[in-house]
Design a binder for this molecule. Sequence first.
Ligand code: T1G
Length: 700
Amino acid sequence: MAESTQVNDVISVGHDGDIALICIDNPPVNATGQAVRQGLEEAISSLNEDGSAKVIAIYCAGRTFVAGADIREFGKPPQPPSLSDVLDQIERSEIPVISIIHGTALGGGFELALSTHARVAIKGARIGLPEILLGLLPGAGGTQRLPRLAGIPWSLDVILSGRQVKAEEALEKGAVDRVTEGEPRAVALAAAQDVLDGKLATRRTAELKTEANQKALDDTLAMVTKKNPHLFSPGKCVEAIAASTLPLDEGMKVERACFIACMETPQRSGLIHAFFGERAVSNIPEAKGDTRPLAKVGVIGGGTMGSGITTSCLMAGIPVRLIEVAQDGLDRGVATITKNLDGAVSRGKMSSDKRDAALAMLEPSIAMEDLADVDLVIEAVFEKMEIKKEIFGKLDTICKEGAILASNTSYLDINKIADMTNRPQDVLGLHFFSPAHVMRLLEIVQGAKTAPDALATGFQLAKKLGKVGVLAQVCDGFIGNRILGHYGKVAAYIVQDGASPQQVDDALEAFGFAMGPHKVGDLAGLDIGYMTRQRKKEEGLDPDERYGGTLADKICEKGWYGRKTGKGYYLYETGAPIPNPEVETLLAETRAELGIEPKAMSDQDIVDRYMTAMISEAARVVEDGTAKRPVDVDMVFLFGYGFPRFRGGPLHYADTIGAAELVARIETYAKEDPHYWQVPELLRKMAADGRTFADLNKES
Ligand code: T1G
């Protein structure tokens, strides 16, 4: 290389005879932040002014080609030059410009490649336009240039799915021009030389024409509207892609308008909060530092949870010794695990070879002594403290020094369990969510004496399993179930006071939940809630608290537990749930017994009460430190409770209402029931200070 000049901190230009190499070096993913855009603009214009170079190749340093626009800039005042303008300039360059793709060229990164006159991918590279996952659409020409190269149908698939596409598929579809091997810079030099030698053709995408395909557009619009009725950007994606049959400058105007419309929606804010939140929850001191080995895991309990946890570990390549008390239980566990793995294969989540290898790493046993050499034990047996205490007492003597002893309990006190051992520093909670091999949330519960390296190992396990590990402190129900325990009552109150179970479900599904609380209860089994209510009755109910379980108790006392009995709040004989007409009778009985005159409630009132209840307990969970920050609560609900992702989580959604309005609402509701509706101190302070939960996230 004759010489290399640094245009700015992130862009350099090297020369080798007739070849100019532009290198982007903006860790961690070469996002097209302002410096990258400005540097590219300056480099392209100076090379064209100078005119000595006969071909320009753009490549990236580091682990990947540009992975997109810098998402951290969104929602802030735009800083020129815009990516669109820079890409138009590249496309208009008199000197042919090619791009060398390695790693993941996504979003604005792949749009950069599309604006060049040829694209060379290095084997293993993937391209994609995942803006839809952020509530957006490709806003720098992707909806206009990709259809010109690869046609409308394939462009609709790639843009509406947001999926990553292997280089070979992109080559087959014409989205890239060559797939080769080697290091980016060497490939750039070789490809540029091929351009000069006429071995690699170049062309301006703008000069290509998109073949019209109204049917593909109409079919896709119908499909996305049905699949995601709540989302705004899919329809805008189709609208922009449809404009790719227009002259480029006109199509770009349509794309711009669609992009701005998406940018302005709360959905974009919610989805980007979810993107960064998923990463933020493990970006804490407790998740870093020394960890312990995780070569082999022991799981106690072959029931639904134990089998799911075992499946999750095996799918991540971690050998598991599964313990059950008797052979028949062990056989059932192994059968469930086998079924789970077969399901993963049929869903295309793993190859059958990988499934066989996973199964080969399973060592079933009915002897707890076989846990002597494991690095981590996850107990997943009945939610009875006595049983857990007995098990942990035995583990204390069986397991090797330094082995981590974890309980999958969903609400019991980890400190009490730890105190059954002489090694409380090795004990923590690992609360998986059912089905454990599918749900991504893992609440990592820190005991009072849990050692830092044991806790950090919990986060390492989450990463290995592809789960979202969230730190929780000990309390009844930790983060998610504690909050659920609170707002679940308000759904019962709303039904007692006048709404039907179906109206509550319909209102919350219109808000964005995949399933309303009564359908969820039917799915999980109404008997679980029934047992909890009976347990609490035995322990002595709070006399000041309104009991909301009367209807649910009546339903369970009929033996109607939901899907598993074919009848619950809904009937399941035909498959799709239909409201159980006998529930109406039981509800009338309940209201009569409680002396309630039912009053009509609007869907909005139902959503407001339900969400305000959820937000108020979530605020308390942040206030008392059970959750580290509001974003941790949000991620618990996105990854463990089916909260609508486009709303970002309960506390991100709370910011769209505002603390002052929430306080006013709670004070209004408190007139009906001052015991249940109490204003959390944190919310009152936020209302007084004008702060948001986003502010609290930044402060922590
Ligand atoms: N902007 C800013 N930061 C980003 C980023 C981005 N686009 N992508 C990743 N990061 C950060 C991330 O927060 C983390 O930071 C670090 O990089 C490593 O990421 C105009 C409008 C590329 C597949 O949607 O899918 O272009 O936590 O932990 O698992 O049309 O990151 O270390 O501080 O995820 O190896 C479109 C989003 C943007 C791609 C790598 N692009 N990124 O995964 O690492 S919109 C995307 C990813 C756009 C244009 C539109 C993944 C990855 P920290 P990571 P990874």
